[in-house]
Design a binder for this molecule. Structure first.
Ligand code: UD1
Length: 419
């Protein structure tokens, strides 16, 4: 198994290119199940989760042509062998559940392994199922699988008790072919939801309101294949912004979707970073001492839960006390114990972490526990004194395209080594 080895201490300087957004590609891949012909997705990053989704689509019966070097992915689904997403795939990637909506919509039934608890909390899919039921689907559960069947889904008014990103996407995918109008209330506002709605509209769907909390979908008979470009990854971009800010760096984050990162922008500025928009990206200049800021994760456009661990890494070396509150997932502080092993002063109190900035961190052997936690440990390693080794980096490869290569080009002393 690979690990990442970092000698901390340097400043990051230079340009870095942001890749396409993982969380936008997966729903676009699921959308390809809705049409017969070749659907084309461009600006696709090379990530483990995308390979897992390809395996899932192939398992279902899709043909796939991928050219990872150019970021082009073509998917054609003439028919499905069995509309089933097996446990082996779902357990490694919860987003597999996104095939539920399109499978029922086009093939009248789906059988998907229920995602279990994951490292960052229970993360149920009850709201996906409740919505499908409201659209007339019959739902049963056996042997850890959920079976969904509907001769024809019908439009419905659906209210989400909690704004859920994949839930909103799944029901949008289900509703495009439904009889009549579906209205999703308290829908997720995330840019990835808008990216999916735009793509579906390009395929001939009739969706309005994506990006607001009320999305209206008029069912249409048929969709056609199309070509869509994946939006840049706001979380990857945000991770590089924090990296620059906390290493006293000067980094131009190219293709940075800063319009999707207002909350992070504001927090970084409050912490003392200088952020300027340039023609092809955003320049982040960091300075010490870093000022402590309080952060609360909230669904978009609030501060993203997917940036919580990274901003915490930065606060460990800030000049005061910072309170970081996680409101989206119930168990997303696993990086805390690893950061403490580097000398960070952090106390967890329920859903909040109280971070008292220390003079410096010291390098240590660390264990990555989930995707964004892995990134935060690398950030901590960049500013720590001495050598940090992050193992179990398969988490990292799920969602960051060659992060060590990108950081190396910015001057970091970082290496991927075989364990
Ligand atoms: C998506 C993102 C993930 C991000 C998260 C929050 C993808 C593939 N993943 O995850 O990176 O961290 O949004 O921005 O896009 N909930 C329920 N019942 C449900 C569904 C969700 O109670 O049926 C709850 C969850 O437990 C959680 C909250 O709603 O507390 C948000 O979850 P959700 O937005 O669904 O997260 P994901 O779509 O899994």
């Amino acid at each position: 198994m690979d690990k990442i080895v970092i000698e901390g201490g340097g400043r990051l300087v230079g340009d870095v290119q942001v890749s396409g957004a993982k969380n936008a590609v997966l729903p676009l891949m699921a959308a390809s199940l809705l049409v017969e012909g070749w659907n084309t997705i461009t600006n696709v990053p090379r990530l483990k989760d995308i390979d897992t989704f390809k395996t899932l689509l192939r398992h279902l019966g899709s043909d796939i042509e991928a050219d990872p070097a150019s970021g082009v992915l073509k998917i054609r689904t003439r028919d499905v062998k069995a509309p089933e997403a097996p446990y082996e795939l779902v357990k490694t990637m919860r987003a597999s559940v996104l095939v539920l909506g399109p499978l029922v919509s086009r093939f009248k039934r789906a059988r998907v392994s229920l995602p279990g608890g994951c490292a960052i909390g229970a993360r149920p899919v009850d709201l996906h199922l409740k919505g499908l039921e409201k659209m007339g689907a019959e739902i049963s559960i056996d042997a850890g699988y959920v079976n969904v069947a509907a001769e024809r889904l019908k439009g419905a008014k659906i209210y989400f008790d909690t704004a859920t990103v994949t839930g909103t996407e799944n029901l949008m995918l289900a509703a495009v072919h439904a009889d009549g109008t579906t209205i999703l209330e308290n829908a997720a506002l995330e840019p990835e939801v808008v990216c999916l709605a735009d793509a579906l509209n390009k395929m001939g769907a009739s969706i309005t309101g994506a990006g607001t909390d009320t999305i209206k979908i008029e069912g249409v008979k048929e969709l056609r294949p199309t070509t869509v470009r994946v939006i840049p990854d706001r979380i990857e971009a945000g991770t590089f912004m924090v990296a620059s800010a906390m290493t006293r760096g000067n980094v131009l984050v190219k293709d940075c979707p800063y319009w999707h990162l207002d909350s992070l922008n504001m927090k970084l500025k409050e912490a003392g970073a200088e952020i300027t928009e340039e023609e092809n990206g955003v320049r982040v200049i960091g300075d010490w001492p870093i000022r402590s800021v309080d952060v609360k994760t909230i669904p978009y456009p609030g501060f993203p839960t997917d940036m919580q661990a990274q901003i915490m890494a930065m606060m460990t070396i800030a000049s005061g006390l910072s309170v970081i509150t996680e409101t989206v997932f119930e168990n997303r502080f696993m990086h805390v114990s690893e950061m403490k092993r580097m000398g960070a002063d952090i106390k967890i109190d329920g859903r909040s972490a109280v971070v008292r900035g220390v003079k410096g961190l010291s390098g240590a052997p660390l264990m990555a526990t989930d995707l964004r936690a892995s990134a935060s440990l690398i950030l901590a390693g960049l500013v720590a004194e001495g050598r940090t080794e992050v193992s179990r980096i398969y988490h990292l490869d799920r969602g960051y395209e060659r992060i060590e290569e990108k950081l190396k080009r910015l001057g970091a002393n970082i290496e991927r080594v075989k364990e």
